[in-house]
Design a protein around this ligand. Structure first.
Ligand SMILES: [Ca+2]
Length: 181
């Protein structure tokens, strides 16, 4: 009995460590087992610019059209839309509703005090297809312009068949980018 007690006194520290060791080691094993996931985020930026942004149709007779294509006697002044956001965009257009245009109003075809303002986006210099604008944004005229890409738009004005107003009109146009879906 005395021998056992001496043995326990001598090796008690070793026995204690042997029992505790799994508890002490285990946390360090789990702490080393760490992995990371690299994560980034960017907020959508929908943005466009139009260059050069001005069209001077000049002085025209009644019931006359003039456009920005390179066709004979036309202005060769296509407008270039640039997607300077970070997502693909569609582009819509509308005509001004400003009082400056009065007594004219915009229509699908010219009439007395009614003018037209139209857009074309494909083969406009050779066989244009003109789409009439209104004072509201309608269907997109350009679709899926990717970031940093450009697209050309041509415009055509049509003067009223008759008018009582001979002052210059600011027949301005607005373009809006929406995220392509
Ligand atoms: Ca211009």
């Amino acid at each position: 009995m005395c021998k056992i007690k001496k043995f326990l006194n001598k090796y008690s520290l070793i026995i204690a460590l042997a029992v505790l060791s799994p508890i002490i080691i285990a946390p360090f094993v789990y702490a080393l087992d760490e992995q990371s996931v690299a994560a980034t985020v960017t907020v959508t930026n929908v943005s466009l610019t139009v260059s050069d942004g001005t069209i001077a149709y000049g002085t025209l007779s009644t019931s006359t059209t003039k456009d920005t294509t390179t066709a004979s006697l036309q202005l060769d002044d296509s407008q270039t839309v640039t997607n300077n956001g970070n997502v693909a965009i569609d582009v819509k257009v509308k005509a001004t509703a400003d009082a400056n245009v009065s007594p004219w109003s915009i229509g699908a075809s010219v009439d007395s005090e009614v003018y037209t303002h139209k857009t074309c986006v494909t083969t406009c210099d050779s066989s244009p297809s003109w789409t009439a604008m209104t004072t509201s944004y309608g269907s997109a005229i350009l679709s899926n312009i990717v970031a940093e890409d450009t697209a050309d738009v041509d415009f055509q004005i049509g003067t009223p068949s008759s008018t009582a107003s001979f002052t210059e009109k600011s027949v301005n146009v607005y373009l809006m980018a929406i995220e392509h879906t």
